[in-house]
Design a protein around this ligand. Sequence first.
Ligand SMILES: [Zn+2]
Length: 399
Amino acid sequence: MQQFKTYIFRLYPDCDQKKKLNSFLGTTRFIYNHYLDVKENNPSLTFYEMKKDLPNLIREYPWLQEIDGCILRTTIDNLENSYKRYYQKLGNKPNFKKYSQAESYRTNYLEGITANHVKYQNIKVDLVNRTIKLPKIPEIKIRGYRKLTSFAKKIINVTVKRVAGKYYANVLVSESIEVPPFTPSLKMVGIDLGVKTLMTTSDGEKIENIKDQLARYERKLKGLNRWLARSKEGSKNREKIIIKIQKVNQKIRNAKKFYNYIKINKILKENDVVFLENLKTKEMIEKGQHGLAKYISNSNFSDIIDKFKYKAKILGKKVYQVSTYFPSSQICFSCGTKDERVKNLSVRKWECHKCHSLNERDINASLNILVEGTNLYFKDLDKEMKLYLENLERELKLI
Ligand SMILES: [Zn+2]
């Protein structure tokens, strides 16, 4: 399978090269602003017509001949994309670009055969001499990918960036990768986060709260607070108690962190895709039934969700959250009937009034989350595939 990949090299231009890079970046801004102005005054003008107008612009500003011509066209593409995003309500109205710390230009790869039958390439990455050749700029020193010794890849384009005085080249390539055969064992799991049981997985695993351990710390805190109340303001003793209280609080925080971390790691190692709820913790605390509020904030759902997301990124796993409004607890997994009675958190087991399945609250919810999440996952895959194909088409058009 062909796959797009971006290699990012840090550039070390000499003085002349720096001047050129800066002038190319400045030109990008100039072209963008020029055609933005033209478009604002003449909205019916198409981007295709702008590209056709480029030779006129070069006649008007002869110094544009010094610039890699491709940049002029890709800048108009960028302007077009800005407008597209704006029309689709995905972005703000295109603005005039000012000089900024972060600027970029994009140039496309071209190759051909010269009259002397020599292969000509406008962009060349040489990993023996550690240089990159960009259109109209001689070999610039690069750094990055020390283990790579050759760059036999199909280059599509290069985006040159200047960020806070440093220069980078993002080299987009198309390379073939070996796709592992589809494994039907791609493991997915739904997880119900709960007050009574912290996590219940759709595999039936239950992960308990660290309630007991925390309760011990809380008792200690209570005692210390009593001491504190009795101690004299400003006394050494009071200071000592305050330090002790801080230490217990730190222990509580650590216990929460560590405990969840191990459990989350284990789930992510055993599964490829994890589905969670999208909880409004605060709302739950406020509306929580008697005595539950404290435990809900203790188990700190949003922290758990954040940890899942963070760790999944590192392990190359995926995490999805079903909608806040998805009533995972109230739907009977067997027949799909919704039962409002189950809203009450004290209902741990219930019999579906339609299919008479006996449902265990948390397991039933985690199974519903698994099914709902799987739908999200496949929708996402479709989107990714569509985006990939669109990109491919766009890149092929530009070549
Ligand atoms: Zn049912």
